[in-house]
Structure formats: C-alpha cells, structure tokens
Design a protein around this ligand. Structure first.
Ligand SMILES: *Cc1c(COP(=O)(O)O)cnc(C)c1O
Length: 215
C-alpha cells in the first residue's frame, strides 16, 4: 500500500514539487517500505526519534527535522541533518551555525513562520520573521544556508481560511526573494496530508506528508 500511495501522490503533485514523507510514529518496518519505494527524503518531528531511526535505517536517507528544536539538541543532528525546517529564532540559528562549523558542514535551514490561527503552533510571527532576516549578524553565518520558509495552516475545515494562510506564506517567500539576502532561497514547504493540493495551488513546492502515505 505504501508504494502505491507514494506513486499516486507523486503523480498528483508533478515534478516541480518535492515530497517529504513524514515518518513520525511509524515503525521501522513501515519506514523501510517508504525507502524501498525509492523515497529518500524523510522527516521526523523529534530529535530523539530521528536519531533512533537514522541508526536503524540506511545511510543514504536524507533526514529533515520538522518539529521544534531546542538549542541544546542541535549538536546531535548537526553531523548529518539534510534540512532543518523548523528554525524559529536567532539564537537557534546561531547555534546551528556553530555546530555546522564544528562539523565542517553548511546546514540547510527553513525559517518556520506562524501562519495559523491556533496558538499552539511554533514559528515566527511576521514581525519576528523580518527582524530575523534583517539581523546584521546573519550574513556572518557561513555554516548555515537559509533555503526558504516552512509553515503549517490551521487545522480547520474552513478552506478559505487555510487558503489565506498558504497565500500569506507564499507572499512572505516572494517578498524575501526580492531582497536577495540568501542566494539559495527557493523552498516553500507547506501542505500536509489533508491540504497539500490546496497548498500547491497556493505556491508550495515542498509538501510534508505522513498519514496519506501510510494509510
Ligand atoms: C505530522 C506533521 C506533518 C504530516 O502530517 P500528516 O497530516 O500526517 O500528513 C507535516 N508537517 C509537520 C510539521 C508535522 O508535524
């Protein structure tokens, strides 16, 4: 089933949108099916789970972190992480840069923006986002590569609301691109199992899908 689900989703989204499979809460056996179907981009929301899974699965998997990251845990993932999608503070960026330097790596990061109406979600407000990208020290961080934005829409049946939030994130992305602050700024990560088609219509080019892959 997993292989068929992946094939179907890939056909739906086309070549210009990247699919990242969210493997959180799944067993190693289930995740192996994803790997065997040829998917190498996997995402976890917790550092501990990510480390356990990395240990148990093949080395060529490209791991993404999509959950809140505490600065004291950056060191555990810095040696191998492919993309940290959940950067939400200057302090965190500073630590990622420091650990990147220690590991002789440039670590790819997305800035997580808070676009939902619920207050339980992490992410930068509009004001914090612009404050962060304009921080004078950011250009000195040689061991991070800010490649785009990530956001989660409200968990609601109100499609108009979700659409508004996705369009807002895309708007931030387009605006930041015009500022030419980051040479590799190209990713808009938005859309999950319930809303990825809408997200793509609103300008997403990376979706993070869990339940729809494993159902
Ligand atoms: C769990 C999670 C997803 C995937 O959710 P599904 O609805 O299972 O597709 C995507 N993004 C983030 C940040 C998540 O925590």
């Amino acid at each position: 089933m997993v292989a068929e689900n992946i094939l179907r989703i890939k056909q739906e989204i086309g070549q210009n949108v990247d699919l990242v499979v969210v493997s959180k809460y799944r067993t190693i056996e289930e995740i192996k099916q994803v790997y065997d179907a040829g998917m190498l981009h996997l995402a976890e929301n917790r550092v501990q789970a990510l480390l356990e899974r990395k240990e148990a699965l093949p080395d060529n998997i490209k791991w993404h972190l999509i959950g809140h990251l505490q600065t004291n845990k950056v060191k555990y993932i810095a040696p191998f992480i492919h993309l940290i999608q959940s950067v939400d503070s200057f302090k965190l960026l500073e630590e990622i840069n420091k650990q990147g330097l220690k590991n002789n790596r440039v670590i790819n990061c997305l800035l997580q923006v808070y676009i939902a109406t619920e207050d339980s979600k992490f992410g930068l407000s509009e004001e914090e986002l612009y404050e962060l990208i304009n921080h004078p020290q950011i250009s000195e961080f040689k061991n991070i590569n800010i490649t785009g934005l990530m956001g989660m829409a409200s968990n609601t049946d109100n499609i108009a609301q979700v659409e508004k939030e996705f369009k807002q994130l895309r708007h931030y992305f387009d605006h930041i691109q015009t500022l030419n602050l980051f040479p590799h700024f190209q990713t808009v990560s938005m859309g999950m199992s319930g809303d990825y088609l809408l997200a793509i219509q609103c300008g997403s080019n990376m979706i993070r899908v869990g339940s729809k892959v494993f159902e």
